[in-house]
Design a protein around this ligand. Sequence first.
Ligand code: GUN
Length: 292
Amino acid sequence: MKLLDGKETARIIKLEIAEKVNQRKKDGKKIPHLAAILVGSDGGSLTYVSNKLKSCEECGFESTLMRYDTSITEEVLLDKVRKLNEDKSIDGFIVQLPLPAHIDEHKVTLAIDPNKDVDGFHPTNLGKMALNIPGFVSATPAGIVELIRRNNVETSGKNCVIIGRSHIVGMPLSILLSQNSNPGNCTVTLAHSRTANLKEICAQADILIAAIGQPNFVTADMVKEGAVVIDVGTTRVDDATKANGWRLVGDVKFGEVAPKCSYITPVPGGVGPMTIASLMMNTLKALDLKGK
Ligand code: GUN
C-alpha cells in the first residue's frame, strides 16, 4: 500500500507557484490577488477559507477576505460579487459555499465573471471543462487529477467508481476521468444515493473515489484487492482528546481499507491540501490569461 500524500504534493506545487510569482516580481509584473467572500461563521467554512488565505501567503499572492453576517441579503451579496468582477486589482475570487438558505447559490455563481471564477463553478467553466477546452476546472476535481498525475497512477482503461454526484466534486470528476486525456480514459460509474447494489459496484472498481460526506462509509468489503482509493470526505466529528474538540474523518474506513489498496489518500493530508493547491494554480492562471 502506498499513501497518496496530498500534503507533500501540494507543498511542491505551492513552491513551484511561489517561484513563478517571484519571477513575476523580478519582471515588475502584477502579483496574483485572490479574494474570498465568507458569509456567516460556520466552523468548517472558516477553516477552509483561512487555509486558502494562508496558502496565498505561501505562494506570494495578495489576498482579501470579505466577511459578512448571515443576515446579508441576496441583493447586497450580488452587488459585492459585481464589484469584485469590476475590481481590476482582483484576479480571481471565490464565494465560500454553502450560503445561508435565503440566498440562491446558483444566482450568486452565475453573477461571477467566468474569467475570475477560480472555483470553476460558473456554467461557462463547467461547459468548457466538459468539452475539454481551456477554462477553470473546479479545485477539488482538478486537485484529485493532479494528485493522480504527479504520482503516476495509471488510469487508462481502468474501471472508476465515484460515489457522490455533487456539482462541485462527483459530477465534474466523472467527466474529467472519462475524457481522452492522461489522467483519464477511465470507464466511469457515477454512483449516488439511489444506486442499486452499491457494494457490488464498488467492489468492481480499480479506482474508487468516495465523495459523499458520510464518515467511514466505505468498508473493506466494498474494495477490490489492489484498488486505488481516493477519499474526498472531511466531516468534523467530536473528539474530546483533541485540543479543538473535533477531528476530520473521511468517507473511507481507512484502517480496514488501506491494507487492500495499491494507493490510498489519508484524511487529513490527502485531497484537502490538493484542493487548495489547485485554487492557487487557478488564481495564477487567471492572471496569466489577462496577459499582465
Ligand atoms: N465549499 C466546499 N468546497 C468548496 C470549494 O471548493 N469552493 C467554495 N467556494 N466553497 C466550497
